[in-house]
Design a protein around this ligand. Structure first.
Ligand code: CMP
Length: 145
């Protein structure tokens, strides 16, 4: 199905932004919206509310508020899974081993500074896109209303 997903270039990967955008476009994603901003603590917590209570949660929120991130709404068939596959595994060591062509294999430093985030399912995508971009609407063909 036509879907949207939230893609985030994290603060650690800002120097690779242009290369990452090029890879995303080459892979056939339509970048429907794009916005660069530093997350407030409140928004970072909202983005990662599913991870609240985990031992890395504090470090994660701290990293995500440490500087600007680039937020993109990607619109394409099966956007959620296709972007997760382009990013590769969360752990860059695994990414380098198993998916050497993935963005994290190329641009991630470690588990925390892993360059990118992508929504894990369509419901999350919808919810987090709304938190970052407000109410935006799409046509069934994936174009912006
Ligand atoms: P992301 O896809 O943004 O979703 C949650 C993030 O938490 C994940 O990428 C990692 O950056 C981070 N994360 C997950 N597991 C760990 C871990 N064990 N140690 C540090 N950070 C982690």
């Amino acid at each position: 199905p036509m879907q949207q997903t939230l893609a985030v270039v994290k603060p650690d990967a800002q120097e690779h932004k242009d290369a990452i955008i090029a890879r995303i476009q080459e892979a056939g994603f339509n970048i429907a919206f794009q916005k660069e901003t530093s997350l407030t603590e409140e928004l970072a917590q909202q983005l990662y509310t599913e991870h609240e209570g985990k031992e890395f949660y504090g470090d994660l929120v701290e990293h995500m508020t440490s500087g600007p991130s680039l937020f993109m709404v990607l619109s394409v068939e099966d956007a959620v899974e296709r972007f997760r596959s382009l990013m590769g595994p969360t752990d860059p060591e695994v990414a380098k081993e198993q998916c050497p062509d993935s963005l994290r294999a190329q641009f991630a430093s470690d588990m925390l500074k892993n360059a990118l985030h992508g929504s894990s399912n369509p419901d999350h995508a919808h919810e987090k896109i709304k938190a970052i971009f407000g109410d935006i609407e799409f046509n069934p063909d994936g174009t912006v209303k």
